[in-house]
Design a protein around this ligand. Sequence first.
Ligand SMILES: Cc1cc2nc3c(=O)[nH]c(=O)nc-3n(C[C@H](O)[C@H](O)[C@H](O)COP(=O)(O)OP(=O)(O)OC[C@H]3O[C@@H](n4cnc5c(N)ncnc54)[C@H](O)[C@@H]3O)c2cc1C
Length: 567
Amino acid sequence: MNSRHTAIEFLRSNSSVSVLVIGGGINGAGVFRDLALQGIDVLLVDKADFSSGTSAATSHMAHGGLRYLENGDFRLVREAIRERNLLIENAPHYVQPLPTTIPIFKMYSGLLNALLKFLGLINKTVERGAILIKIGLSLYDSFTRATATIPRHSFMSKSDSLVQFPLLNPSVICTATYYDASISTPERVCIELICDALEMGDHAQAANYMSALGASGEVVSLRDELTGEIYTVQPKLVVNAAGPWIDQVNKSLKRDTTFVSGSKGSHIVIDNKNLRSVIGDHEFFFENDDGRIVLICPIVDKILVGTSELECDDPNQVCCTAEEVDYFIAMIMKMFPQANVSRDQIVFSFSGVRPLIFSQSSDRGNVSRDHRVLLLTPGDGVDYPIYTLAGGKWTTFRSLAEKVTDQTLHVLGRTRQHSTCNLSIGGGKDYPKNIEEEKLFLDSIILKTGFDSNRAKELFDRYGSRAAYVASFICREIGDNDSCLDNHSGYSHGEIVFLTRCEYIMHLADLILRRTLMAILGEISLGLIVELSHVVGDELGWSDSTRKDEIDCFISVLSQKHGVRLT
Ligand SMILES: Cc1cc2nc3c(=O)[nH]c(=O)nc-3n(C[C@H](O)[C@H](O)[C@H](O)COP(=O)(O)OP(=O)(O)OC[C@H]3O[C@@H](n4cnc5c(N)ncnc54)[C@H](O)[C@@H]3O)c2cc1C
């Protein structure tokens, strides 16, 4: 399969490519896969690791956006619901239906406000009562009725709600539960999309740690962030998928734009076993008095809490502040007053910047989450068109990629050969449909590799049907010598070698933050970091001093960006 190395070889020997995609977040990865599928020669570059920008900061939800109904954004909601359902089918190893519960404290509140908001006469949010929520959920369900991918909404009385969720605020009058979907590991979906594209042939090449630097005439200059080397490439057209950096990238390509405005959002992950067992597999979703959305949802054995909305001009420097942490804790205590949540239970935090379509509005929460493909025709000394992807949600990446791919094919005089609608993602391919099929799949891994059933299941839970590929890699490359890591019994030495060789790992952070859930689940220790630095370092040929720099750098990223201080 192609690798960063083959992309560099490509850049050294070849200066032309039909499409250059700048930005390997979920949107750039989606466009890369779609173009590769149509047989277009395409190069994807990211200045850092793939999926290390906004795509690493989501609330882990594939959702239609229930609250956008009030703004009359029906088209967006319908599109997002369709994409959510396609994700459940195409990436079942990572995207699963999520029961989402709204605690309700009033009966009639919000009706007039919603009407005025829908008519565009006001832009403020007030607490929504049971009647309004019933209307919204009925409408939401109606968008998904035809496919029946997920169950319809239901209401639960006060007494039943307090029995099912014992720590819930006793002032609730009832709860409503509807379904969206959870994405267990958004960053893995992104890397698997890229790997799928690379497997389609040599016409698809990708390099992380490769910045788009400047432009002149027919060329774009790129800088290898690992070596400092500069390359030039001549694209027929450029897709700018740089998320909150798109205006900066356009500027470096000599085009002054103001297409997006940034809205920072943060999350914390807490380890509170009592609350975790109370919420079960439910997400709790509600709007605070100030109109901000609050979600409290399960992430393996921990709880993910988000999110905030703050104006932000510099997407490079974001982290969860002490004020945001206080706000999140206050929100949990408002909904679950008996939960005894405290700061010392926080095991990880993260922040990112939503690249919203530019708006003058100071109320970030009410700016549309819709997306646009904006065309810059050749000019200002640059000879190729630039298609910029502005706005959008993680959930709608496939449909956005489809739109920009269709426009790109038109410019290149080509037509679409294949749809991505029903195309599985990575380990979602040939995914077992029931317990019997899963057992057959696991038995075949056990038979071929001699792995025990626990290990086979662990790999299946982590990689879906790609587990067979991972297991045979470990067998072939490591043989009988594979063993668990000393500092993390869930991972083996061979699995880390697999990830390093096959999934573009260049730094420790790529492995620990984005290819695995180790960091977000608070499973990091100094011993584990040192152990991983040896496995990864042996693969990448790190000297002792590089290895030490990697450890120091990762510890500083953990502390500055994720609030994790190792003891
Ligand atoms: C707090 C928060 C919660 C969210 N929750 C959800 C959710 O639950 N569900 C949902 O659907 N959406 C959610 N979103 C929105 C979603 O995360 C974004 O819409 C989506 O991730 C944007 O992806 P992207 O690929 O456009 O941008 P990014 O992921 O930011 O990717 C852009 C990439 O471009 C690269 N880049 C920048 N400059 C250059 C350059 N010069 N050269 C090369 N590469 C460059 C960056 O390194 C980056 O990797 C959330 C957003 C936030 C902030």
